[in-house]
Design a protein around this ligand. Structure first.
Ligand code: PHE
Ligand code: ZN
Length: 863
């Protein structure tokens, strides 16, 4: 529980400009653990060396630790004091010393899942960003790098497996049924990359031979019974290792690479050096329990964490303001990897969908911040879509501007120059400039300015010469009223729609100015413009086009992403018009969907993405004031119209046998995805036989992709089949936490009118628990993303989410704080909803003893 007396009245704001180099370095650390679920004794021996010119006391951060003894160079030392929860050791004018501190911690009481905690009888750690200070007193800042030696001892029956970073040096038996292991990591690392695991685990072992011929022993450690579900993760790991060698020239650097899966985890996974710790969600997969999307998630996250070994571990961050240095780059790397493993256009479509769903709203709201923030109160609140996903877009733009060869020169230079260092975003950009021989002075604004740039486009004509006039604006964001134009790559092409005349082939323009004119060439009639192809810049394009032009592009553009965009824009225009009571474009949408179904029939994965209607939230983002009810109504109406008009096509797709669930090729995944989309359209059309059809698919499914898609479709309705299927699903999977999460999730996603009440009821279900972040996200995360339900006019949805935040905060502030942003979007809604949302934020803030995490998010959300 949060101790109210230790919560500062006003959270302290940390500023990027206040960075000072550390006064002490710690080349070596020896940690000694006597493990126990309720009491673990930790002795930390830090060999400290003065880095500052003038003597300064040694400041060691602590969080919830009480030192039981302090020794310096082996002798008891009394010259120390506690300042708040930190330990100050006065070392006089010594240049170097070994400082040893003993403390005892209680992992079983650690419900925040930061530091050393117990999960299912096993002990594990999570240290990023500032969790190490909950294990041992330490500066706990990423620019202090040390070689770690870790000795751990514990009961052999309770903890048969003892793991830490690096290589195992020695192990042995102790007294009274105990055993011990000594691990050593030769690579200096910051404290946030420390990890330890002790428990009863089984391993899937494999080997990888690196490009220089070194053998690496790979291990994926899970609970007994889960071993059969680790094969996909292992394949993904080996593919990642190979890909990083081939594409970036990066080789693995230890004899072992271990991954441990734990079921209680705040985030997706963690890149601890040589010992990644994963949320089970991103390791365990088999066709019966995981969907194709889950499989892709496993592959992407395994790759992400592995790639951190270079982008994050060998080159780490100087301070937490530089978080995007490792996260933006690593997301870009995992996106490129997944694109190479499957379909690149479909992967790009998915990544852009995530960016628009999670990052654009953040950039337009009260929590907007640059990818390199200027200040924070609680760093955990800055593991955001902006730092990660917009950060990846910024790296992608540099890669686009430089081209593959020069980009590789830039990354080679970056890794060579900063290996073993704690670097900054500026260091990365400079390496790109020098390696890529390009001036990125203006481009640096992407690191400084928040807000999604908007490009307003207009065509101009001089005789038969056509031009594109681009006007760039960057909206004001909290603390940043005036913005300067950004440098960005804009890929475009132009087509003569009658197929005659000239076409401008794929062209890369570089935008730098507020207003800029780009020549398109000679056309006898107004050309169709294909713009921001491949989503070359993370911007909003404001360009009015007739439905006919969009439909033409959806059919004829030679860039698949641009075809997708054209159809999405057509749908979006139609839906936005419908919400304001104007009927337009519906026939063009139906025609374009029909055309896509036949025209791209050989690429079902692409078709499935392209014919999907924009989400309710994304429709809302286009409006001045979001009207969740009208959006729900009009989206359902368009879905029903497409469902009915193309009924034969949807039925034909469903009449073909589904590929076997064990077939995980991109083609098979695409066919299953399209079947799910077809079923949803058919269901929307309201045809009476659909619940029966969905139930048959649910019952006959040989894998989770089909089963979940059918269940989700049924969950929207009120058929007998719905209740029956939910019950069967529950009975079958009640003992599998990851699958049970899906059971909560599909109900929270439901478009039924009673979803708020249903979610409240599910929160009282025996299988619901606040102790497990996955379960909390499955129910409340899904619910907060269900726009019409969450924004129910009486405010019941807001109350439900605020109740959760209040109940969860004392237990797990990090996960509680992540639930606040949906309430912070109040400015986008009508006055009645605004008042209700603000009242809930105020109610949260009025709670005594609120964490720093929730305080920061809730108070900023009210501004
Ligand atoms: N660094 C992790 C990643 O992105 C994310 C993470 C952050 C995990 C904080 C746990 C805590 O790979
Ligand atoms: Zn990461």
């Amino acid at each position: 529980m949060t101790d109210a007396s230790s919560t500062p009245a006003l959270p302290v704001t940390i500023h990027r400009g206040d960075y000072r180099p550390p006064e002490w370095q710690i080349p070596d650390i020896a940690l000694d653990f006597e493990l126990g679920i309720e009491a673990t004794r930790v002795t930390a021996a830090l060999s400290v060396v003065r880095a500052a010119a003038a003597p300064a006391p040694l400041l060691l951060r602590g969080d919830g630790l009480t030192p039981s003894a302090v020794r310096v160079d082996g002798a008891v030392w009394n010259d120390w004091r506690l300042e708040g929860s930190d330990l100050i050791v006065d070392l006089g004018d010594r240049q170097a010393a070994t400082v040893e501190v003993d403390a005892v911690i209680d992992p079983s009481a650690n419900t925040q899942l930061m530091g050393l905690y117990a999960s299912n009888g096993m002990l594990c750690t999570q240290c990023e960003a500032e969790g190490f200070r909950r294990i041992a007193f330490h500066p706990d800042r990423p620019d202090v790098l040390s070689r770690y030696r870790v000795r751990m001892a514990g009961d052999k029956a309770a903890f048969p497996i003892l793991l830490s970073n690096g290589n195992i040096i020695e192990s042995g038996e102790g007294e009274g049924g105990t055993h011990w292991a000594l691990w050593e990591d030769p690579w200096p690392k910051p404290s946030y990359l420390f990890a330890l695991v002790a428990g009863d685990l089984v391993v899937n072992r494999d080997r990888f031979t690196t490009m220089s011929g070194r053998a690496v022993e790979l291990g994926i450690w899970v609970r007994a019974g889960d071993l059969d579900r680790t094969h996909h993760a292992m394949t993904a790991l080996k593919h990642s290792m190979k890909w990083d060698e081939e594409v970036y020239g990066r080789e693995y650097d230890l004899d072992r690479f271990n991954i441990v899966a734990v079921s209680d985890f705040n985030m997706g996974a963690m890149e601890n050096k040589g010992l990644n710790i994963f949320n089970t969600r991103y390791i365990l997969a088999d066709p019966d329990t995981a969907t194709d999307a889950d499989y892709d998630g496993v592959e992407g996250v395994v790759a992400h964490e592995y790639f951190h070994n270079w982008s994050g571990n060998r080159v780490t961050c100087r301070d937490w303001f530089q978080l995007s240095l490792k996260e933006g780059f690593t997301v870009y790397r995992d996106q490129s990897f997944s694109a190479a493993m499957g379909s690149a256009p479909v992967k790009r479509i998915e990544d852009v969908r995530v960016l628009r769903a999670a990052q654009f709203p953040e950039d337009a709201g009260p929590l907007a911040h640059p990818i390199r923030p200027d200040s924070y109160q609680e760093i955990s609140n800055f593991y955001t879509a902006t730092v990660y996903n917009k950060g990846a877009e910024v790296i992608r733009m540099m890669a686009t501007l430089l081209g593959p060869e020069r980009f590789r020169k830039g990354t080679d230079l970056y890794f060579a120059r900063h290996d073993g260092e704690a670097a900054t975003c500026e260091d990365f950009v400079r390496a790109m400039e020098e390696g890529g021989d390009i001036d990125l002075s203006q481009f640096r604004r992407w690191y400084e300015q928040a807000g999604t740039p908007k490009l307003h486009l207009a065509l101009a004509q001089e005789g038969e010469d056509w031009f594109l006039d681009v006007t760039q604006t960057v909206p004001p964001t909290p603390g940043q009223d005036d913005k300067a134009p950004m440098m960005m790559p804009l890929r475009l092409a132009a087509f003569a729609m009658d197929g005659s005349g000239a076409a401008l082939p794929d062209t890369l323009a570089t935008l730098t100015d507020v207003v800029q004119r780009i020549p398109l060439g000679r056309f006898t009639a107004r050309p169709a413009l294909s713009v921001n192809r491949g989503f070359s810049a993370p911007v909003i394009v404001d360009y009015e086009r007739a439905p006919g032009e969009l439909a033409w592009l959806a059919a004829h553009d030679d860039d698949p992403f641009a075809r997708y965009e054209a159809l999405q824009q057509l749908m979006l225009d139609t839906l936005v018009a419908a919400v304001s009571g104007e009927a337009k474009g519906r026939e063009a949408v139906i025609g374009a969907v029909a055309q896509t179904l036949t025209g791209a029939a050989d690429d079902p994965a692409f078709v499935a993405e392209a014919v999907l209607l924009p989400s309710e939230a994304f429709i809302g983002d286009q409006m001045v004031t979001v009207d969740p009810d009208a959006i729900r109504r009009e989206r359902l109406a368009l879905q029903a119209a497409i469902g009915a008009a193309l009924e034969r096509e949807w039925r034909a797709i469903l009449a073909q046998a589904a590929p076997p669930a064990t077939d995980l090729t991109p083609a098979a995944k695409g066919r299953r995805r399209l079947r799910g989309v077809a079923l949803a359209y058919l269901a929307a059309s309201g045809k009476g036989d659909v619940p029966g059809l969905a139930f048959a698919i649910f019952s006959n499914a040989d894998g989770m992709t089909e089963r979940q898609a059918a269940l989700a479709t049924l969950a929207h309705g009120d058929s007998d089949e719905r209740a029956h299927a939910l019950d069967i699903f529950y009975q079958r999977y009640r003992d599998n936490p990851l699958v049970l999460d899906k059971w909560f999730q599909v109900q929270a996603w439901s478009q039924r009118a009673d979803t708020v009440a249903a979610v409240a009821e599910l929160a009282r279900h025996a299988d619901f628990t606040l102790a497990n972040p996955n379960r909390v996200r499955a129910l409340y995360g899904a619910f907060a993303g269900n726009q019409a339900a969450f924004h129910q006019a009486d405010g019941a949805g807001y109350r439900l989410l605020a109740d959760l935040v209040i109940a969860l905060d004392p237990r797990n502030p990090q996960t509680a704080a992540r639930m606040i942003p949906p309430l912070g979007r109040w400015k986008r809604f009508d006055e009645a909803r605004q008042a209700l949302m603000k009242a809930e934020l105020e109610r949260i803030l009025a709670q005594p003893g609120l964490s720093r995490d929730v305080t920061e998010q809730a108070s900023k959300s009210l501004m």
